[in-house]
Design a protein around this ligand. Structure first.
Ligand code: ADP
Ligand code: ADP
Ligand code: ZN
Length: 220
């Protein structure tokens, strides 16, 4: 099972991907995470991408598609892929078709998480994560059970993304509408698009996704 999780910044793609990885044995391929790792490691890609990301603009199609291609090469054949935050442009969608063919994988479903704009700004403004293991939290909606302590790994250090500010979020939302949403019709023609109410609580969104893709045993 290979799926695309599509949705504007803050829709819950990373949150739902983490659950699918943990409970469903899938692998998350997040171009945002890959780019942040490249920035942290100060690779040549990272050095080029940093300013673009901080401004809420899109990194080049060639760079992100090359990252996805490399990650797929390293993915065990039987592991299902979750494409999180990729593709984001019509050209990337075209490149993904070629990459999937090369790796002998099929795209089974495109799941769009729908969340209204003001909620997105609120979600992104309150987003933070564990500095140690990356577990995601929110100032109002998803706080650690013991204040200041990560539920998953027990660490006490947290971090926020430099691009998670209201100004940049508006820019990213605008790019989602102009560049990313227009790729949906392509997948609609193939009959593989499902829309899910991303305003629902995390558990409920997860249940709806699992209902769509089936439990892991159904894939064998
Ligand atoms: P994306 O990967 O789509 O940008 P995230 O998964 O990082 O989005 O979620 C954005 C923020 O909203 C995070 O702080 C996360 O904890 C929170 N969040 C995610 N899903 C929900 C939900 N269903 N209800 C409330 N808050 C959520
Ligand atoms: P979010 O889910 O909150 O929108 P991501 O972590 O997916 O954020 O992406 C963060 C930033 O990384 C984007 O604003 C963009 O600059 C860059 N980026 C990530 N994925 C892509 C992509 N597929 N194409 C172009 N740029 C990307
Ligand atoms: Zn942690």
């Amino acid at each position: 099972m290979n799926i695309i999780l599509l949705g504007p910044p803050g829709a819950g793609k990373g949150t739902q991907s983490a659950r699918l990885v943990e409970h469903h044995g899938m692998r998350q391929l997040s171009t945002g995470d890959m780019l942040r790792a490249a920035v942290a490691a100060q690779t040549s890609i990272g050095l080029r991408a940093k300013a673009v990301m901080d401004a809420g603009e899109l990194v080049s199609d060639e760079i992100v598609s090359a990252l996805i291609d490399a990650e797929l090469l390293a993915l065990p054949e039987r592991a299902g892929a979750i494409f999180d935050g990729y593709p984001r442009t019509a050209h990337q969608a075209e490149q993904l078709d070629g990459i999937l063919e090369k790796h002998n994988r099929q795209l089974h479903r495109v799941i769009e998480l729908e969340v209204d704009e003001e909620a997105l700004v609120r979600r992104i403004s309150g987003r933070f994560s564990c500095a140690e293991c990356g577990a995601g939290y929110h100032d109002e909606f998803i706080l650690p059970q013991v204040p200041g302590t990560c539920d998953r790994c027990g660490a006490h250090e947290f971090k926020r993304r430099p691009d998670d500010n209201e100004h940049t979020v508006r820019k990213r939302l605008q790019l989602y509408r102009s560049e990313t949403a227009p790729i949906l019709p392509l997948y609609e023609q193939r009959g593989i698009v499902s829309r899910i109410d991303g305003m629902a609580p995390v558990d409920e969104v997860y249940r709806m996704i699992v209902k769509l893709i089936g439990t892991p045993s159904e894939h064998h």
